[in-house]
Design a protein around this ligand. Structure first.
Ligand SMILES: [Zn+2]
Length: 100
C-alpha cells in the first residue's frame, strides 16, 4: 500500500503536528518535517501553545528543578484563554459559510 501524495506540500493537521511535536522540539525530525511544523505553528495558536508548554516543561526539567505548580496552573489558564479566544482548529477552513 503506497499513497502517492506529495507529503512535503501538504500542510499538517493539528493531530499530525501534535504527534511530532515532542520529536520536533528534541530536534529529531527531518528538515522537511520541521518546516511543515513551523508553518503550522505560525497559523495555529493551539499548537503554538503546546510548544510553549513543552518548552517550559523541558526547560524546567533541564534545570532539574521541580516544576512549580504555579507555573503549570498558569500555563493551563493561558491555554484555556487561548482556546476560548481562538476558533476551534479541528475543522479546516474549507467551508465558505462564516457567521458572526
Ligand atoms: Zn494546530
Amino acid at each position: 500500500m503506497s499513497l502517492f501524495r506529495p507529503r512535503s506540500e501538504r500542510p499538517m493537521n493539528c493531530m499530525q503536528v501534535g504527534r511530532r511535536l515532542q520529536r520536533y522540539l528534541d530536534g529529531e525530525v527531518d528538515d522537511l518535517t520541521a518546516r511543515r511544523i513551523l508553518r503550522h505553528l505560525e497559523d495555529c495558536r493551539r499548537c503554538g501553545l503546546e510548544v510553549v508548554a513543552y518548552t517550559a516543561i523541558k526547560a524546567s526539567l533541564a534545570r532539574r528543578d521541580d516544576v512549580p505548580s504555579d507555573v503549570l496552573v498558569r500555563l493551563r489558564q493561558f491555554a484555556e484563554q487561548l482556546l476560548r479566544e481562538g476558533p476551534p482548529p479541528e475543522e479546516d477552513a474549507a467551508g465558505g459559510t462564516a457567521g458572526t
